[in-house]
Design a protein around this ligand. Structure first.
Ligand SMILES: Cc1cc2nc3c(=O)[nH]c(=O)nc-3n(C[C@H](O)[C@H](O)[C@H](O)COP(=O)(O)OP(=O)(O)OC[C@H]3O[C@@H](n4cnc5c(N)ncnc54)[C@H](O)[C@@H]3O)c2cc1C
Length: 257
């Protein structure tokens, strides 16, 4: 006989056990798009206690829609290497152009990131940053449903040694920081520079080169990099999203040593 209350208790107790465990972490990633998932995977692979927060019901960000709803993504040779590590099939289109199914990629990224030990909490929005001694030390969170319903309910907090803004074009965390602290960012202007017109080659390079710390203990990866540091957009080629996640994981791994 299945007992409904036992089912409810099992969910609540298991969730709260996980949530309690990850209230403090070594690295906290905001955004479960391709860049955030890749960062989470490589951090977890290195044994880092890492948590990913995603405001939507499902992870994946802009990955699932491919290019203009054609659910395929394109990667170059380097991106293909990462997808192969995740077990994703890549079809060669031409030299240095490989096509993968966006849904297969999403499934593989989520599965392997969790299996490596990263914890993903969906339906949670990061709405502010924790700051101690002028260093980012965590995030302020609330249920996405609370925010959508515009309810007057206080948020709670999660502490982390390093925080990553992987929120894509919106660069949500950096935006909050700039709004509340002014021109303190590690950019040429001290502020958010803003994304430039499309150029796939330049955009891809720019993301990887500029994946770095944007304020003390706050890092950017993925499309947020181009928005913050002023790089070109690149359309539905996804190598740099995966490589940027890998790079930010390597930087944080070094810092934790
Ligand atoms: C609407 C839209 C527009 C796009 N426009 C372009 C474009 O102009 N140029 C281009 O090159 N590519 C564009 N893309 C493609 C796509 O964004 C990128 O190529 C790629 O998906 C970016 O990867 P990412 O991991 O950096 O961010 P994303 O895939 O965008 O993932 C970011 C994730 O962060 C989550 N998130 C955001 N804010 C919060 C928060 N406060 N708390 C918790 N979670 C949060 C989001 O829900 C999302 O899942 C667009 C995609 C979409 C969906």
């Amino acid at each position: 006989m299945l007992d409904e209350i036992k089912i409810t208790k099992a969910i609540i107790e298991s969730y709260l056990k996980d949530f309690n465990k990850y209230l403090e972490s070594d690295a906290l990633i905001c955004g479960a798009g391709p860049a955030g998932l890749s960062a989470g995977y490589y951090l977890a692979k290195a044994g880092v206690k890492v948590v990913i927060l995603e405001k939507n019901l499902r992870p994946g960000g802009g990955l699932t829609g491919g290019g203009m709803m054609f659910n395929k993504i394109v990667v170059d040779e380097e991106g293909k290497e990462i997808l192969t590590e995740f077990g994703v099939s890549c079809e060669k289109y031409e030299e240095n152009y490989y096509v993968a199914c966006a849904l297969e990629t999403l499934g593989a990224l989520v599965y392997h990131t969790i299996k490596k030990g990263a914890k993903i909490f969906n339906l949670i929005t990061v709405e502010d940053l924790l700051i101690h001694n002028e260093k980012v030390s965590g995030v302020v969170i609330n249920w996405t449903s609370v925010i959508l319903a515009n309810l007057h309910i206080d948020p709670m907090t999660m502490r982390s040694k390093f925080v990553v803004d992987a929120t894509g074009h919106g660069c949500e965390l950096v935006k909050i920081l700039e709004k509340k602290m002014g021109k303190v960012l590690f950019t040429t202007t001290g502020g958010i520079i803003g994304e430039k017109l499309m150029n796939a080659e330049m955009g891809e390079k720019f993301v990887i080169e500029n994946t770095k710390e944007v304020y003390h203990n706050l890092f950017v990866c993925g499309m947020a990099v181009n928005a913050v540091f002023g790089g070109p957009r690149m359309g539905p080629i996804f190598s740099s999203m995966l490589l940027s996640g890998k790079k930010v994981a390597e930087i944080i791994k070094e810092k934790l040593k």
